[in-house]
Design a protein around this ligand. Sequence first.
Ligand code: FE
Ligand code: CA
Length: 520
Amino acid sequence: MDRARRGFLCQASRLALLATAGTAVAREPSKKYPFSLGVASGSPLPNAVILWTRILADPLDASPPSPLAIKVRWEVADDEGFRHIVTKGTAIALPALAHSVHVDATGLQPDRWYFYRFILGDAISPVGRTRTAPAAGSMPSMLKVAVGSCQHWEFGCYGAHRHIARAAPDLVAFLGDYIYEWGPYQLHHPEKVGSGDECFNLSQYRRRYAQYKSDLHLQASHHAAPWIVTWDDHEVANDYAALRDERLADDFAQRRAAAYQAFYEHMPLRLPAQRSFANVQMYQRYDWGRLARFHVLDDRQYRAVQACTPPDRGGSSSVSRRDCPALFDPARTMLGAPQEAWLEQGLRSSNASWNVIAQQTLMAQSSYVHLPDPPTGRYWTDGWNGYPVARQRLLESLRASGARGPLVLSGDVHTFYAAELRADINQPVSRDNPLIATEFCAGSVTSSSRPQASTDQFVSVNPHIKLGRSDLRGFALLEISPDKTVTHLVALDDVDQADSPVFGLADFMVEAGRPGALRI
Ligand code: FE
Ligand code: CA
């Protein structure tokens, strides 16, 4: 299909969605309609959930926000028609936070679905659907979680989000690269307005989020369920580590703070009031009764810088173990000591049937050449392969904690993977070398990856990786129940069509008490 035709289809489906979206958005976002970015909810607790919106009439308007604070009403109801309102209030959208609104709607009932909306003058926002977590101590029979990551604007349409919304999950976990900070890329779609210059300051990051969030399929995915989120590198800068970026820029700390602030402004995230965004504690824990505990990690903000970078630049590279002994320096951390201790405590104290570690990048040890780990094996230093001692500590802490049902969810690498994690990947599974956890990497919403032939070769030399597909885009859908977790890897027919169908790429089962990915 030629590019113009693909573009037409993308546009047509956006208009069709607008036409069917109901009265709340029937007024097609005009210059005046203040809810052009939709609404969102997230960080669900048994009695509370964060409700989000940002007052912005035109997502692509580059002018600075009005200096006035704006008073917005919000409502939470049992029903979509808002006949039975269970709680409501007003919130102030501050110019200092780009007129974003984060309402912590408390006093809700556990394990319940709700509808919410914002009202400004006579404008009513789209209606979002959200829910609370089940009560502590309860055992829900099922939890459906959609997992996504990596949605480079220029690399396709957000058809994956259309299908996430359709799947009606209880929860969406987004694992990073929500935006890409880069400058212009070649556009797949003539009707999409490309990104501007690379983001360095707050107004640029804000514009980038507004551009991404103008997409109605992404909005639909937010309107369907509460999200839990973490970030990866591209919310700030490619391959950054703590306070070092690829360019070794002197003012990177300022850039990072601007990017962190813009992330908060656009995510339904529960954070304590911040005086500064120089550091933001993003790692969070969410319980789903006794069924599941989510340990949401931040592996960007506290990590040691990548090992063995070429002179005069930061970022990642591919190294051999022989030429990079620094890889094995035990002082090198991925999470930082406080987060490691927090994770260990969260695992030890967990009474959940499933302990889900939701984090950014592939954890499975994986060499580009072959096992067992010859000096010729090469490792990409930005992922967990670049932090082997920290990974060993995490796996050991997971094992020693006795936490049940360990699952690792990952993003970043734009590839669907199912993998088994064991203490020593170079040795066969044994009593001394048990399987510790099962990992699923949820592919990418749009971002592209290497050719499948390279991934086939990669999988063939890493037998603990049960599947690898880098030629397809999509998401994962987990059905977590007390006795098993079924993970559906869902792929798009065509990332260049917003209304693309999807197909089941593969389904894996993990049985309670038995780590390992069983293809079903
Ligand atoms: Fe990415
Ligand atoms: Ca990434």
